[in-house]
Design a protein around this ligand. Structure first.
Ligand code: HEM
Length: 86
């Protein structure tokens, strides 16, 4: 019962790479970064390096201690479809 989870391909993710429409994938979950941009302690430009792509690695080498899943809970969109999976 309930609504099935939204699945997002890398191809779809790529289309959302502008500040006014910025998505990223972190740990297999896709988030809309746009509402968060102005709150980021590291600035907009740094956050935008994750936009339109899987930002997991960049995020983790920058601040692995930050609990993005809690911070971006309201920005959650769906699950990233791993490459090669349809
Ligand atoms: C700081 C969240 C992406 C670079 C921070 C802090 C948070 C945060 C909570 C403060 C951490 C602390 O002081 O311990 C996020 C979230 C992101 C994101 C939710 C979602 C994508 C990025 C990216 C980069 C980045 C992609 C760089 C490529 C930085 C830097 C700081 C910082 C340089 C330090 C700022 C300072 O203390 O002056 N971020 N971040 N962040 N972030 Fe991010």
């Amino acid at each position: 019962p309930g609504v099935p989870p939204v699945r997002i391909t890398l191809e779809e993710l790529k289309k959302h790479s502008k500040p006014e429409d910025a998505w990223t994938a972190l740990g297999g979950k896709v988030y809309n970064l746009t509402p968060y941009l102005r709150f980021h302690p590291g600035g907009v430009k740094e956050t935008m390096r994750c936009a339109g792509k899987d930002g997991t690695h960049l995020f983790n080498i920058t601040h692995m201690w930050v609990n993005y899943d809690r911070m971006l809970a309201n920005c959650f969109i769906g699950y990233l479809v791993p490459p090669g999976v349809n």
